[in-house]
Design a protein around this ligand. Structure first.
Ligand SMILES: *Cc1c(COP(=O)(O)O)cnc(C)c1O
Length: 838
């Protein structure tokens, strides 16, 4: 029922939205803040919790986001512009408060207001939970991209899932990882807006059947499905000081109203409520696997739930604005698939266009292949998604039929192009044949997309030469590279206020949205007075880092030591183990009275292991045991400290990146697609020690080889070594490594749990070790020594630090998004509708 007294008169509605713009100054913010604190939240002088002032400020900011948000939406509708949808199973957003303050341009005003009210801003900031709806780099990339799209005023909407539980909380007990559920929504989420009016029905199960329409044409349809509702929650994504607010729409699963009333009537009330719960399980929890797949049915349900709901939403909007005429749809819409996780969107868009909008196959396929674009994120075979055909048959029978039809049509093209090449048809088939046939999701994504991109130059090259070689031969024009980037708002302006102030003063404020301007800093590297100020800021940031380490690890980090940091998901290919071997080497040299190791250093390692990844969990245990031995030895602690920081997440990285001297990017060459942690560290003036892998290669190109500590075999060399790799020979010929292995094997770091690290030792010594840890040890050790010696030359190091920041402009996600837009999306920027007309 409409709540309006008179629908024929527009005046009441006009009056309803006739609101003056909210004040953006200190007084106005303070007034709203006090009202929300006292009246909305009902707090009085007894309230001691930082949560309520955080929430009061969040609501005050949300009001200001809201009034700009609808102006952006209206502008997009009125411009009738082309739009892009960024489909991702992960958005690792972190906290929103500081980001909203910065992007709305009210950070100074709000902080002064709070100060005058006797509040400590940092405490409010810390009261916010991270939105941890992602595993690592892939999810954080999606978050940085949304920030850049809003800043560039591009009409891009993110689509994801509103997991009730995000990435697990990591506790360390007796050196081992424990996982705890992350109930991040427990206290409510002031940054989301539920939109029940846009709820969608998502079918599962059932079967397909043929039917005849009135004209006598045969069609197929999906019937007897068990439907689940998808309820959207919108998150505002503010651009940087430009009044644009884009949208991240997250779907939450809910049971349909009629859910098993039948069972209810039959007296099975508990069963019917259990079934309702089952429906709601779809968005209960994020799968905590980074760069690996575990093939669980619920995960496929999540993927289809996202694809189906998002595509229905997009088609609903299209029909609202254009009716059921789809001739222009492909020219006005683009779906960017973040990895293969949403690749079921290809057959699902086909299904909706054919079964629900009644287009024929060729029209639907033309639309699909002109709107889908796919980003690949990994070369690791264990990460390539394949779903059993029988699972598809059970869960998504109509979607499977369409996949078979896509495959049949595609393979006939392959047969026409390479007659008789059955081996190629077998290799390229969307269905991997065998006892348990599988759908190859990456191939499905390539067939259905007009663009396929890797995320760093090397990675895109390796895709064409290796994994997707056949596909590159068939469709070279589809393949392109988009080197990743990170948003300079969060990863410099917001997390490093000291450096931000110095940059503003030195080169003006425009670097925040035009990061190439950081180049203007380069000449300052030769200015001793500037270096001194740089040093002072780095010191403050190191103090902040040290305070976090002291509080969470109970380890003291002296700020004059070199801060050497490796934080990322724990994975064998990222080689945290190589880092630990080097730490053991340093320990061993110090114990032998050999103090020629360059600057004293603090080694910090952090990251989560997938709960089922036993080797990764053992690496965490080793790091903690080595830290225990090192830190409790007074002979060693003047030279070396080691800590494992628990529960690594976005808000922790915001403290670590500014306080780091040396950034560890030491993956086996050819394994890390890009990396983005490397870029955050570089932007904040850390120097990288790294292999020629992923974006490290481009970082080194930008900063120059004098300002980067390179080591290790190249991707090509790694390929050549395989087959005749002899780690035991390498160990026997390298006294430093041999001593490290002896310490490890003697049980020196597992005094009370003898032998627990033998799986790690065996891995290093195996000729089949895919990560070639022993092969890169000597080169790594030398590069580490050079870094620690260089660090002792304070002026030299400061120069390197300044030049790293100065040459980091390329790694702004604004540059990455401008490239996606120029080469793939082709969107026009749309500024929001002016005040007063929305
Ligand atoms: C940037 C970031 C990552 C990605 O780090 P890599 O070193 O590129 O793997 C992962 N997790 C968090 C919390 C991040 O901020």
């Amino acid at each position: 029922m409409s709540p309006f007294r008179d629908l024929s008169q527009s005046t009441p509605k006009e009056a309803l939205f006739d609101l003056a713009p909210l004040p953006m100054d200190q007084e106005g913010l303070a007034r709203d803040f006090k009202r929300y604190y006292a009246h909305t939240l009902g707090r009085d002088r007894d309230c001691k919790s930082a949560y309520y002032p955080y929430k009061a400020l969040a609501i005050a900011l949300r009001d200001r986001l809201m009034e700009r948000w609808k102006r952006t939406r209206l502008a997009h509708d009125e411009a009738n512009c082309k739009r892009t949808y960024y489909l991702s199973l992960e958005f690792l957003m972190g906290r929103s408060l500081s980001n909203a303050l910065l992007n709305l341009g009210v950070d100074d005003a709000a902080q002064k207001a709070l100060y005058d009210l006797g509040l400590v801003y940092e405490e409010l900031e810390d009261a916010e939970m991270d939105a941890g709806l992602g595993n690592g780099g892939l999810g954080r990339l999606a978050a940085c991209f949304l920030d850049s799209c809003a800043t560039l005023q591009l009409p891009v909407k993110g689509y994801g899932l509103r997991y009730e539980y995000g990435m697990f909380r990591q506790l360390i007990e007796n050196g081992r990882q424990l996982e705890e559920p992350d109930h991040w929504l427990r206290d409510g989420n002031p940054w989301e807006l539920e939109r029940p009016e846009y709820t969608q029905r998502i079918p599962f199960g059932g079967h397909t059947e043929q039917y005849k329409d009135e004209a006598g044409n045969l069609h197929r349809r999906w019937v007897d499905t068990h439907d689940v509702l998808a309820v959207p929650y919108d998150i505002p994504i503010p651009g940087f000081k430009n009044d644009t607010i884009n949208t991240l729409r997250l779907w939450s699963a809910a049971a349909t109203d009629e859910f098993d009333l039948g069972e209810f009537n039959a007296g099975s009330y508990p069963e019917s409520v259990a079934a309702k719960n089952n429906a709601e399980h779809i968005t209960m929890v994020l799968y905590p696997n980074d760069a690996s797949e575990n093939g669980k049915e619920l995960r496929l349900r999540q993927q289809f739930f996202l694809a189906c709901a998002s595509i229905k939403d997009v088609l609903r909007e299209w029909i609202r604005l254009h009716g059921r005429d789809f001739t222009e749809f492909a020219d006005n819409n683009c779906f960017q698939l973040n990895d293969t996780h949403p690749a079921v969107s290809v057959p699902e868009l086909m299904r909706q266009l054919m079964d629900e909008q009644h287009l024929d196959w060729d029209t639907a396929w033309s639309i699909t292949t002109r709107t889908m674009a796919y980003t690949n994120h990994t070369l690791l075979p264990e990460a390539l998604e394949r779903w059993p055909v029988r699972l598809f048959q059970q869960l998504l029978p109509r979607v499977l039929e369409i996949i078979y039809e896509i495959n049949a049509r595609f393979l006939s093209k392959v047969a026409a192009r390479w007659p008789g090449d059955m081996e190629r048809q077998r290799r390229m088939s969307l269905i991997e044949e065998g006892g348990d046939p599988q759908v190859r999701m990456a191939f499905l994504a390539i067939v259905g997309s007009f663009s396929v991109n890797g995320v760093a130059a090397l990675h895109s090259q390796l895709l064409k030469e290796g994994l997707f070689r056949d596909w590159f031969e068939l469709w070279p024009e589809k393949f392109n590279n988009k080197t990743n980037g990170v948003t300079p708002r969060r990863w410099l302006a917001m997390c490093n206020p000291g450096l931000r102030a110095l940059l503003d003063e030195t080169i003006g404020e425009h670097w925040v949205h035009d990061l190439k301007r950081l180049e203007q800093l380069a000449p300052q590297a030769d200015d001793a007075a500037f270096r001194k100020r740089w040093d002072g800021i780095k010191r403050q940031n190191k103090e902040r880092l040290a305070a976090l380490v002291a509080a969470t690890c109970r380890v003291e980090f002296p700020v004059d030591f070199m801060f050497d940091v490796q934080v990322k998901r724990i994975h064998e290919y990222k080689r945290q183990l190589l880092n630990v071997l080097h730490v053991i080497h340093l320990y061993n040299r110090i114990k032998h009275g050999d103090k020629d190791i360059g600057a004293p250093r603090c080694v910090l390692i952090g990251g989560k292991a997938a709960p089922g990844y036993e080797i990764a969990k053992l690496i965490i245990k080793l790091i903690n045991n080595v830290a225990g031995v090192v830190n409790s030895d007074p002979e060693v602690s003047d030279w070396l400290r080691v800590a494992f920081i628990p529960d690594y997440r976005v808000s922790v990285m915001e403290v670590l990146a500014p306080g780091t001297d040396l950034s560890e990017q030491i993956s086996t060459a050819g394994k890390e697609a890009s990396g983005t942690g490397n870029m955050k560290f570089m932007m904040n003036g850390a120097v990288t020690i790294g292999t020629l892998d992923g974006a490290n290669i481009e970082i080194r190109e930008q900063v120059g080889d004098d300002n980067f500590f390179l080591f290790g075999h190249t991707a090509e060399e790694v390929q050549r070594i395989r087959g005749h790799y002899d780690p035991n020979g390498i160990i026997a010929n390298d006294p430093a490594l041999e001593e490290v292995m002896q310490l490890l094997e003697s049980g020196h770091f597992s005094q009370f749990e003898q032998g627990i690290f033998s799986p790690l030792v065996q891995g290093i010594r195996s000729p089949h070790d895919p990560w070639l840890t022993a092969a890169d040890f000597d080169s790594y050790r030398r590069a580490q020594l050079l870094a620690a010696e260089t660090y002792q030359d304070r002026e030299r190091w400061l120069r390197m630090s300044i030049l790293n920041t100065a040459h980091s402009g390329f790694f702004s996600s604004d540059r990455t998004i401008a490239e996606y837009n120029n080469d793939i999306w082709r969107l026009e920027p749309v500024p929001p509708t002016p005040w007063g007309s929305a």
